[in-house]
Design a protein around this ligand. Sequence first.
Ligand code: 6GU
Length: 248
Amino acid sequence: MRIDIVSIFPEYLDPLRLSLVGKAVDAGLVNLGVHDLRSFAHDRHRTVDDTPYGGGPGMVMSPVPWGEALDQIAGAHPGERIDGGTMTGGGVRPLLVVPTPSGERFTQSVAQQWSDEPWLVLACGRYEGIDTRVIEHYAGRSDWAGVREVSVGDYVLAGGEAAALVIVEAVVRLIPGVLGNAASVADDSFAAGSMERLLEGPVYTKPAEWRGIDVPEILMSGHHGRIAAWRAEQAHARTREHRPDLLG
Ligand code: 6GU
């Protein structure tokens, strides 16, 4: 999978070199490009924003540098595909992902769908957001796979970068070969087909007693059937406690 991220704070994306995503990049499973939006502005001050039409507080990101950045990024890697897949119909089309608190909810199911995409381009907005014509334009472009505006939760961040980190990590860990243990993905809270949509229950490791607290005896029993039943019960209890909305 190829992933490009456009931001006025490209250093904000440096953590993607670490840990699981960094390893996926090093292993050649993900081809990651981070781009500075300001390098696509041509005035002396490299301006990327302007005052909103109709008035109101704050600034809006100009469609002009966004259009130049996205066209150049999409044109610079035509049909590039490093995942060994074969291409039909004239090349891979990028899916434009725009993190925004006014987007649809970014869920595990969306992450799962996107883990099959050959190419994601994330456009990180700041200020009051990106001029809406950018969304409209790329949604209508047949050389793009579409546009998805997504929110990572019901709170407001200062910009799309932190959300982009969340989205990229959630997607990349689902790419085949990225996680060592495929079973841990199937077991995830929110994973499709896992015990409906339950939260994962508590986990324990050695020592068997720590600061006066014992590991539940059932986990030491070796009765795999009873352990599975206990874990299912714990998952239900945790879901009832923390996320009753998931039980309906
Ligand atoms: Cl995707 N962006 C911003 N700026 N704030 C958010 C968000 C995204 N999701 C929740 N809050």
